[in-house]
Design a binder for this molecule. Structure first.
Ligand SMILES: Nc1ncnc2c1ncn2[C@@H]1O[C@H](COP(=O)(O)OP(=O)(O)OP(=O)(O)O)[C@@H](O)[C@H]1O
Length: 234
């Protein structure tokens, strides 16, 4: 299999808390993959390792055949679950920063997305509403021609109309070589998007399967399967 992400025996603890216990995972190129699991299952920890933000871990993690490093950062475009702007930042400054930092930044695509997302042309980013700041962050991330896009809750704070546009925009990356790894709790909204799903539970990969096969096998929607697998004891 032609993998973009290859993980072997990955373990990560924070003190006594085992966030990832023994993760083995191969993510193929060109697919949209849902990374799903309840609160505290290790999704953000895994994402932080893939993006190079967490450097202390055990095991082997490779992206496009390379161990996590500056080289892998060049091929990964990452949308964190929090805003990363400083109060003094202007859209133009950040655009220039992205153009300097990333050879793969597509300015025309960025301008198009800003228009499509109807982001008001304010100079200072902090003057935008929180939802518009989130859209802006997504526009920056989507404007790179990356090999791997990682989205941590991309539709958390946006209105339902825009949610549709975002999902359509992400869908457009299907049938390209790019892989999208998307973590969200909004399963109902996104399940039509995924080619594959990975379920994380208490730091373990408990399922990694083609979504159509999974749905056919269980004869249930992804949301129903998720609720069944992760049901809380009452
Ligand atoms: N900086 C940290 N220090 C200590 N423990 C942490 C830290 N970050 C995460 N953890 C713990 O690691 C485990 C996995 O957390 P993680 O944030 O990766 O889960 P998650 O699946 O992303 O959760 P959520 O859906 O709530 O965002 C949890 O038990 C969490 O409490």
């Amino acid at each position: 299999m032609d993998s973009i992400v290859s993980i072997q025996n990955l373990k990560k603890s924070y003190g006594r808390t085992e966030a990832l216990v023994d993760v083995n995972l191969e993510l193929p190129k060109g697919k949209i993959i849902g990374l799903l699991g309840p609160n505290g299952s290790g999704k953000t920890t895994l994402i932080k390792i893939l993006t190079g933000l967490l450097q202390q871990f055990e095991g082997e993690v490779k992206i496009d055949g390379m161990p996590i490093s500056k080289d892998t950062k060049r091929v990964v475009s990452y949308l964190p679950d929090q805003l990363y702007y400083d109060s003094w930042m202007k859209i133009m400054d950040l655009k220039r920063y992205f153009m300097d930092m990333y050879n793969d930044f597509d300015e025309a695509r960025f301008d198009e997305l800003i228009q499509q997302f109807q982001i008001p042309k304010r100079d200072l980013i902090r003057k935008l509403s929180k939802g518009n700041q989130e859209k802006l962050q997504l526009a920056f991330v989507l404007s790179r021609n990356a090999k791997l896009y990682i989205f941590d809750e991309p539709i958390g704070g946006v209105d339902p109309a825009l949610r549709e546009i975002i999902l359509e925009t992400i869908m457009n990356y299907r049938n390209t070589d790019a892989t999208i790894l998307l973590s969200t709790h909004q399963i109902y909204d996104v399940e039509q998007l995924f080619d594959e799903v990975v379920f994380l539970k208490q730091g373990h990969v408990m399922l990694h399967q083609n979504l159509d096969e999974l749905i056919a096998e269980k004869n249930k929607s992804l949301l129903e399967i998720f609720k069944e697998v992760f049901k809380y004891a009452r």
